[in-house]
Design a binder for this molecule. Structure first.
Ligand code: RIB
Length: 283
């Protein structure tokens, strides 16, 4: 069994703020750092640091050397990482004094995935393998359809959300949503109602609903499980969701019980919020 993560890679320009900038306002920041990020890169690093061999597919831009080095240092396989001359993905992230963030995303080369590249990458994977996706690259629905045709199990983190409601989500084996994403797909607002509505809508899909400081819920067609969150002092929540997803997939892909996956993913995410940055904060 091999795990492929087809996903984004961003340079995160992180600005420490006392409060987020409001519309029409100019506000000086307290400091700036440049970190490696992108939901794809973060989740590959989380899986690798959880001990799972992982192949990352994606496209970095002309300034993407640091992203490549970071993946190499974490032991991620890069046979399917490409580099373009165009500007790569980057973000402008404000982090406030409570550790909350606000992210502006420039997709860059993350949006330059071609069908030919997808077909080439997927030809190296087959039945029993797993592909993890987020919604920060183009062609996600195409990758889902082609991966399903080849017999791969699909894990999908529905973030960022725009467009997700049109995707072939019934092909997904593990669907990761937060309350807002799950609410938008299901039309419900309460966590249990969201979970049950998603389960009814996608009977073959295991749903993982993350609730921030209220913990996380999982359900398949027969059972549900709940895991409380670990309460820690947050310094920077950027990448915590990616840490959770990467750890959960790593544990499930190695055949361990869902309770173990939720527990380890919650603990890893709690450790991640205690450090600044996305990829660098992943335990
Ligand atoms: O989930 C956190 C990530 O979202 C950041 O690293 C940033 O690059 C954005 O993609």
């Amino acid at each position: 069994m091999k795990v492929l993560n087809f996903g984004s890679l961003n340079l995160d320009y992180v600005y420490a703020m006392d409060e987020f900038v409001q519309p029409g306002e100019t506000r000086a920041c307290l400091g700036r750092q440049i970190h490696c990020g992108g939901k794809g890169l973060n989740q590959s690093i989380a899986m690798a640091r959880a001990g799972l061999p992982v192949w990352h597919a994606g496209i970095i831009g002309q300034e993407g050397g640091l992203l490549r080095e970071t993946l190499v240092e974490s032991g991620v396989h890069l046979d399917f990482l490409r580099q373009d001359d165009a500007p790569g993905g980057h973000t402008v992230i404000q982090v406030d004094s409570h550790g909350q963030n606000s992210i502006l995303l420039y997709p860059g080369t993350n949006a330059a995935i071609t069908r030919g590249f997808v077909d080439e990458v997927l030809s190296a994977f087959g039945p029993g393998d797993v592909v993890l996706l987020q919604n920060e690259i183009n062609l996600v629905p195409y990758i889902m359809e082609k991966a399903a045709e080849r017999g791969l199990a699909i894990a999908f983190n529905a973030s960022p959300f725009p467009g997700v409601e049109t995707y072939p989500l019934s092909l997904v084996r593990w669907l990761f949503v937060n309350e807002i994403e799950g609410g938008a797909i299901s039309g419900e607002t309460e966590p249990q109602a969201i979970l049950q509505a998603l389960r009814a809508k996608f009977p073959k899909t295991e749903v993982i609903l993350t609730l921030g400081s209220d913990g996380s819920l999982w359900a398949n067609d027969r059972e549900t499980a709940f895991c409380p969150a670990c309460h820690v002092q947050a310094v920077d929540t950027t990448g915590a969701g990616d840490t959770f997803t990467g750890y959960f997939v790593a544990v499930m892909a190695s055949g361990q019980p869902v309770e173990r996956a939720l527990d380890l993913a919650s603990k890893a995410a709690a450790l991640a919020v205690m450090k600044e940055g996305a990829a660098r904060s992943i335990p």
